[in-house]
Design a protein around this ligand. Structure first.
Ligand SMILES: [Zn+2]
Length: 211
């Protein structure tokens, strides 16, 4: 060990800062840093006279071990934290999309309008026929079953799917009109709830939960 190295270490062990040692021994900071690091007396050594405790943490994203004074650190750096959070948000979006697809499926009408001739004007089906897409019969002026309260509205307002799929939420509509209506609702949820109660009372013999 050179005389300079020895002096640096001695001063450092007395908790002196690099600046103090630099003035005292008239040497460069990089020399001091080099010798101090070699002896485990580096930058982290002094904190008001007490050694600062560095801890090792495994980065949650890249898995690298990094040293930090902050015990609650999770990521080794900004880019790992950004990437991790972006991935998480993407996953959440996909999860939400999957849930929406299930909800959409549950909201489809499962009942047969011919079972409730008093509730629907079935004559317009005789007149126009059922709507069918171009590749399946091509009756674009036909009738389809439309949700009075739309599926999207139900989803956004946490309305149970069995309410949206209920016959009381159904109206027969010419497909042209339906396309124009888009996602607007033709009644509000209070009206629908009243209609559902009336309907369920009227058709007590039918298990309306299974519709
Ligand atoms: Zn990382």
């Amino acid at each position: 060990m050179s005389k300079l190295e020895e002096d640096i270490i001695k001063l450092r062990l007395l908790n002196n800062t690099y600046d103090y040692i630099k003035k005292e021994l008239e040497c460069s900071k990089s020399t001091i840093s080099h010798h101090c690091n070699k002896h485990g007396l580096g930058n982290n050594y002094i904190n008001n006279g007490n050694p600062v405790e560095y801890i090792e943490i495994k980065c949650k994203y890249c898995g690298n071990i990094f040293e930090t004074k902050i015990k609650t650190s999770i990521f080794c750096g900004h880019s790992c934290s950004t990437t991790y959070n972006n991935n998480l948000r993407r996953e959440e979006r996909f999860k939400t999309l999957d849930k929406y697809k299930i909800y959409r499926e549950e909201c489809k009408f499962k009942f047969n309008v011919y079972d409730f001739p008093k509730e629907f004007d079935l004559s317009i089906i005789d007149k126009y026929g059922w709507y069918s897409a171009k590749n399946r019969g091509n009756n674009y002026k036909g009738i389809s079953r439309d949700h009075r309260i739309s599926i999207v509205y139900g989803w956004n307002n946490n309305i149970p799917s069995n309410i949206i799929a209920h016959p009381s939420n159904c109206e027969l509509i010419k497909q042209n009109d339906n396309a124009k209506k888009n996602i607007k609702c033709s009644i509000n949820i209070d009206e629908l709830n009243i209609n559902i109660i009336k309907f369920n009372n009227l058709y007590k013999s039918i298990d309306t939960n299974s519709l």
